[in-house]
Design a binder for this molecule. Structure first.
Ligand code: GLV
Ligand code: MN
Ligand code: MN
Length: 406
């Protein structure tokens, strides 16, 4: 069954125009552009013959109407600030296109439900949509979640007029499996000349906020050994992390000090406060546990040597997740049938599939990233590779249905 490349690409470009920023997209969760994109998706899903709704969390869900057993295909349509046009959106439009193809073919074996999860990127609460879909109790987290600029999630949800809507829930009796396609967001496929990545596992992510508190003072008159320098402690932590982290992890362990903020933030004042946001990622829960231990120990060492106090808060802790091997094999087989060279690989990025796989069999397929770029407006994949990815995913789902999607 062929997908329709023109229709697929036209829909992807139309979605990218909502919140377009240069060659990318600025569509953080619950922004006006994000909500407009979700309305657009709901209409597209309805036009594809699905019963479509936006739920109270912002998930857009298109339900195959004449099916009681379905495959869910999707991803997310929110973006990081000033992000790329494919991260998330491509997987959702693949779902839409595959749902149309299966409906047009008249196949009775299994329906396709399509979903765009909300806030995968964590503008307010990472994986809000997929966690809510999977039935996590988020009441307490929703009560306290805020964006970086202090907006509360509750206000964002109210502003989007969503709280009155019903929640969409995963139903293992209906939903036989979840498939998510995504841009690789790294250089491996391109550099190896492979066209399809078959995801074996998704890294766990621990995110921390550290707050060093010292004493503001004159930067010219206060001797170095009499300072309580919160900024010095924060920079010391960044340096020590870079020195010590390699010893506890493997070659795939990654960490990132993504933001550091000093108060009062003046060149001639010793910082009274330094706020640091950092993340560690790995496939191994043991490495992640050791990494957390290291972050806390180094924070204490730096605080002591700069004579300041420190608080370490673990903001989010998402466990690593293995994808379902039997479904990964179907993607591999589909790629082979279509002559697309594939490679098995772990994902260093987080994805909604890591939440959904806790409940139903789930698989992910990657397409190559040009120049390995992502989370930036330069993110791109060639049209040929986008179309091939969709065709491989459709074939994998056909194989799944032929095996009895039961
Ligand atoms: C999600 O895009 C992540 O940060 O991995
Ligand atoms: Mn992303
Ligand atoms: Mn993504």
């Amino acid at each position: 069954m062929p997908i329709r490349p023109d229709r697929l690409l036209a829909d992807m470009r139309a979605l990218a125009a909502i919140g377009q920023h240069m060659t990318g997209v600025n569509r953080p969760a619950f922004s006006d552009a994000d909500i407009a994109a979700r309305e657009w998706l709901r209409n597209k899903m309805m036009n594809a013959g699905l019963a479509a709704e936006i739920d109270c969390y912002g998930n857009v869900y298109g339900r195959a109407i004449n099916a009681d057993r379905t495959v869910v295909i999707g991803s997310h349509s929110d973006t990081v600030p000033f992000g790329g046009w494919l991260d998330g959106a491509m997987g959702v439009i693949y779902g839409l296109e595959i749902a149309r193809c299966i409906t047009e073919s008249g196949s009775q074996s299994c329906g396709i439900d399509v979903i765009s999860f909300q806030d995968e990127e964590g503008t307010y609460l990472p994986f809000l949509g997929s966690r809510a879909f999977c039935g996590d109790n988020l009441t307490a987290e929703i009560e306290t979640a805020k964006s970086k600029d202090g907006q509360t999630l509750k206000d964002a949800m109210s502003k989007a007029a969503l709280p009155g809507n019903a929640a969409v829930r995963l139903d293992p009796r209906r939903h036989a499996a979840y498939f998510e396609a995504h841009i690789e967001q790294g250089p491996r496929l391109e550099s190896s000349g492979r066209k399809i990545g078959v995801v074996t596992a998704i890294v766990g992510i621990k995110s921390f906020r550290l707050l060093f508190r010292g004493q503001a003072n004159h930067a010219g008159t206060t001797p170095m050994d009499m300072r309580h320098d919160a900024g010095g402690a924060a920079m010391c932590l960044g340096n020590l992390l870079n020195q010590r982290m390699p010893a506890i992890g493997g070659p795939q362990t990654v960490w990132n000090v993504g933001n550091m903020r000093f108060e009062p933030g003046a060149i001639n004042v010793v910082p009274v406060l330094a706020e640091v946001f950092l993340q560690v990622r790995d496939i191994s829960p043991a490495v992640l546990a050791e990494a957390e231990h290291l972050v806390r120990a180094l924070a204490a060492i730096c605080a002591e040597s700069f004579k300041v106090d420190v608080e370490v808060e673990c903001l989010h802790d998402t466990e690593p997740a293995a994808m379902t091997p039997a479904l990964a094999k179907l993607i591999e087989k589909a790629a082979a049938e279509l002559g697309a060279p594939s490679a098995s690989m772990p994902s260093g990025a987080g994805h909604d599939a890591m939440i959904v796989v806790r409940h139903i069999p789930s698989a992910m397929l990657f397409v190559p990233s040009i120049g390995g770029r992502s989370h930036h407006v330069s993110e791109d994949t060639s049209d040929v590779d986008i179309v091939l990815g969709a065709q491989v995913l459709l074939r994998a789902i056909e194989l799944f249905m032929a095996n009895g999607a039961r």
